[in-house]
Design a protein around this ligand. Structure first.
Ligand code: 26Y
Length: 824
């Protein structure tokens, strides 16, 4: 298999070098005497890209020829990170490239660093989509991703005077990983009106007419599988003015400006990724993005299906479409419109095809993240779709009424249309009704959606429609690429790198848990990873941290439910204890570095306040002579995928401390444990399953359980809320101005003290502090600590996204991998 997988690669190092030089001298029109690291990155990428293209074409031909069922993963976010390192590793020729680059005078690490992250996503949901693409290709599934080619990805975060400042991320300047397909375009219609009539057979027909048209242009990104020639396709749509739209009348009459303005308006659709994570804003342009992307993708999928000349009823045998959250839910409506209005199918036959085609993944129970679109807005933008939504709802409610006669409350509760002012379309309900399977992303989460937000739908459709697929991560990027030394150490014990394809093989290292040489190397790798991060912290923030201190990391989007505020309150509490201690007592403290990273949505005021407090605490604590190395507080700017690859392997403890029942799964928890870090966490999301797999001695759990959250909140609201005394001391310190003007942090305090403490910070605070003390003690015993780390890693096999994709393939998509011919 190994030999086979080199088929797509370079013959040898010389082959790579000559290809590299050719790209420098021709594609880039430079000379080797004037080749800096940027040019080296470009040439190296172009050289590897050449290798990918051949396999990419072959994979597409193989899929077309086999004509078997394909899955289409529709996601508004693909948080891909860098591509070059991943491509070299998946092709299996990073070592060869390293040698070649070295011959030419470059260090491969420096070359890799030149690449700008493809940051077309916010957080977990977008990164999950990227891990899924890696697994789909690695497992040889015929699969396409469909997304938007944003000109601006997630903003770049700068920290200025302790505050987050957002800077545009213009990432497309030079992107060798995409291929414009100017011949693959789709005209997308907006606005207009519906013309209803009766045809010659007396059948009612509807035609959507008028309005304006925007052109969707395809950009394709190759997705290489690991140790397989399979290379799948990610198709991203970019918006352009349709040729008829560029108003030549205006142009010729000298109104050049407004003619260009029309063009720019069209291009606005795919201009920017909305930077909200778990926070809905209901903006018209976002709805336009959704329809633009969904309509272009469906046109493409249907066009491909039609080439096979099969009957429409075979559509679900050829096509599975997965909705990554409700963002692509209009696809349900669009496919029904295509089948009924354009292809002339009867409603019921069409609806049967639609529901057998779609699956819907829910990623959140937070009410503020559930999408709703106003009826007047949809009416205006997509008049025909609104009618179809009303018909879907009518037929759905009629079937509910037949099964549950007279239950008017039930009808009102499950109606796709919310009878508010204005009326709203509940996208999650539409997605459920339009899909054959609905899944949550961790066991607890999948149970919660069945008993809370989607309870009535379980009654209506039965429990089998709802299922769980616990999230996973790709071990290629999150172990082999991010932590090559650990990957190689593991391979030295398991015999091969096969665990990267079958992660359950990790369990073999448990046999070596007592092997002194293995343990020593394990510890040395962790220390080296920490030293590398310490170096990065020093150059980017000026803060000097001791690599042998305990590194405590919380990196993720900033959100009240994720409780970074609880973390920083805990840090303040530790600081106060150090200050109150005598010089003698201070020696007993375990030196710690608290590391934070993450972006706040630009309009999320409380999240920005949290960032400001972290930075303000840092500037006091880090400069306090009484504290020295005992405590450092670092906020790392602009957390993204490539920074995660640096930070995660360097952690001793990471924090996954959401209020129980709020974090659907979490995926960084898996990344940290896989890299030999331990975690402190609540009984939430995938933490629960991680505990089950690695054993409760290897994780630090604390806090209230999901089942108690409702009662606690209720009690708060009825005045039974005595704040934790240690938290009161923290608030006093903040209010005394210890960390600067206390008015700047008043919102965070009143949320807990005066506004019902919705996220239970006070309720969990004592248990959180105690657990950190337990961690200190555990860390002092380095031998036990390393045993915990090795044992945990060995038991992480379940959390690969390969397992996850196999579950989707079998339980939801009904697709099979495409066999790769073994002879060449
Ligand atoms: C509606 C819109 C504003 C919106 C945009 C982004 C709503 C939600 C999101 C993103 C949600 C998200 O990232 N959810 C995360 O998905 C991960 C993958 O399943 C989970 O691990 C994580 O717990 C969940 O918060």
């Amino acid at each position: 298999a190994w030999l086979k997988h080199q088929v797509g690669g370079f013959k040898d190092k010389d082959g790579f070098e000559s290809n590299f030089v050719r790209h420098i001298e021709t594609t880039l029109a430079r000379s080797m005497f004037n080749c800096d690291e940027t040019a080296a990155y470009a040439a190296c990428s172009l050289a590897f890209r050449d290798r990918l293209i051949l396999e990419w074409n072959r994979t597409q031909q193989r899929q077309t020829f086999a004509d078997s069922k394909r899955v289409y993963y529709l996601s508004l976010e693909f948080l891909m990170g860098r591509a070059l390192d991943n491509a070299m590793l998946n092709i299996g020729q990073k070592e060869l490239a390293k040698g070649g680059l070295s011959d030419l005078g470059f260090r491969i690490e420096d070359v890799i660093q030149q690449e700008h992250d493809a940051a077309l996503g916010n957080g977990g949901l977008g990164r999950l989509a990227a891990c899924f693409l890696d697994s789909l290709a690695s497992l040889n599934y015929p699969a396409w991703g469909y997304g938007l080619r944003y000109r601006y990805g997630i903003f770049k975060q700068e920290i200025i005077d302790g505050y987050q400042v957002e800077v545009p991320d213009y990432w497309l300047d030079f992107n060798p990983w995409e291929f414009p397909r100017h011949d693959v375009t789709v005209d997308i219609q907006f606005y207009g009106y519906v013309h209803k009539s009766t045809d010659e057979n007396g059948k009612a027909t509807a035609r959507w007419e008028g309005g304006e048209t925007v052109k969707a242009v395809a950009y394709d990104v190759p997705i290489p599988g690991y140790a397989t020639p399979s290379t799948n396709n990610l198709r991203l749509w970019s918006s352009k003015a349709a040729s008829g739209e560029f108003d030549f009348q205006k142009f010729n009459s000298g109104d050049y400006e407004s003619s260009v303005a029309d063009q720019q308006r069209a291009e606005t659709i795919s201009a920017v990724l909305y930077p909200n994570d778990n926070l809905e804003r209901g903006k018209e342009l976002r709805l336009k993005q959704q329809y633009f992307w969904v309509a272009a993708s469906l046109y493409d999928i249907v066009r491909r299906f039609k080439k096979s000349r099969r009957a429409w009823r075979e559509f679900p045998d050829q096509v599975a479409i997965q909705l990554n959250d409700t963002h692509p839910t209009l696809a349900v409506v669009e496919l029904q419109r295509i089948l009924v209005d354009l292809e002339g199918l009867e409603w019921d036959e069409a609806w049967n095809i639609v529901t057998n085609t779609f699956g819907y993944t829910n990623h959140t129970v937070l009410p503020e993240a559930l999408e709703k679109w106003s009826v007047p807005l949809i009416q205006h933008l997509l008049p025909r779709h609104l009618q179809i939504i009303y018909d879907i709802n009518l037929f759905f409610l009629q079937s509910v009424e037949r099964a549950h006669p007279g239950d008017r409350d039930l009808l009102a509760r499950v109606s796709i249309i919310e009878e508010s002012q204005p009326k709203m379309v509940r996208m999650a309900y539409l997605a459920i009704v339009g899909s054959h399977k609905v899944n949550g992303v961790a066991e607890l989460h999948s149970d919660l959606i069945k008993t809370t937000i989607f309870k009535d739908f379980v009654t209506i459709f039965g429990p089998d429609k709802f299922t769980n697929v616990t999230n996973g991560i790709t071990p290629r990027r999150w172990l082999h690429q991010a932590n090559p030394r650990l990957s190689d150490l593991i391979a030295s014990k398991t015999g091969t790198h096969d665990f990267l394809k079958d992660l359950t093989l990790l369990n073999k290292i448990e046999l070596s848990v007592d092997d002194p040489a293995f343990r020593k190397e394990w510890a040395a790798i962790k220390l080296a990873n920490k030293a590398r991060l310490a170096e990065y912290i020093k150059t980017t923030t000026g803060i000097v941290v001791n690599p042998s201190a305990l590194f405590d990391v919380q990196v993720k989007r900033i959100h009240e439910y994720k409780r970074q505020q609880m973390n920083i309150f805990g840090v303040i509490h530790r600081y106060l204890r150090i200050k109150a201690a005598s010089p003698e007592e201070r020696k007993k403290f375990l030196p710690r570095v608290s590391i934070f990273g993450g972006k706040a949505a630009p309009g999320y005021w409380m999240a920005k306040q949290i960032i400001h407090l972290i930075n303000s605490v840092g500037s006091v604590v880090n400069n306090d002579k009484d504290v020295g190395d005992l405590l450092k507080v670092v906020f790392l700017e602009d957390y993204n995928v490539s920074k995660a690859e640096l930070i995660i392997p360097a952690s001793d403890i990471s924090e996954h401390i959401s209020t129980a029942g709020t974090e659907a799964s979490g995926t960084s928890n898996m990344k940290f444990v896989l890299n030999g870090g331990l975690i402190i966490g609540t009984c939430d999301g995938a933490n629960i399953e991680i505990t089950r797999e690695i054993g409760e001695n290897n994780i630090f759990l604390f806090g209230n359980l999901a089942e108690d959250v409702e009662d606690l909140r209720h009690a708060h609201n009825y005045g039974q809320h005595t704040l934790d005394p240690d938290l009161v001391k923290v608030f006093e310190a903040i209010e005394k101005g210890t960390f600067g003007d206390s008015k700047d942090f008043a919102g965070m305090i009143t949320a807990v003290r005066d506004h019902g403490d919705y996220y239970l910070v006070s309720d969990d605070f004592q248990s959180y502090l105690e657990t950190h003390d337990v961690i200190d003690e555990a860390y002092r015993n380095q031998e036990d600590w390393i045993t915990k780390c090795i044992t945990s890693v060995s038991r992480m096999g379940f959390f690969t996204s390969d397992r996850c994709i196999n579950e989707y393939a079998e339980g939801i998509w009904n697709i099979e991998p495409l066999p790769i011919e073994t002879a060449e």
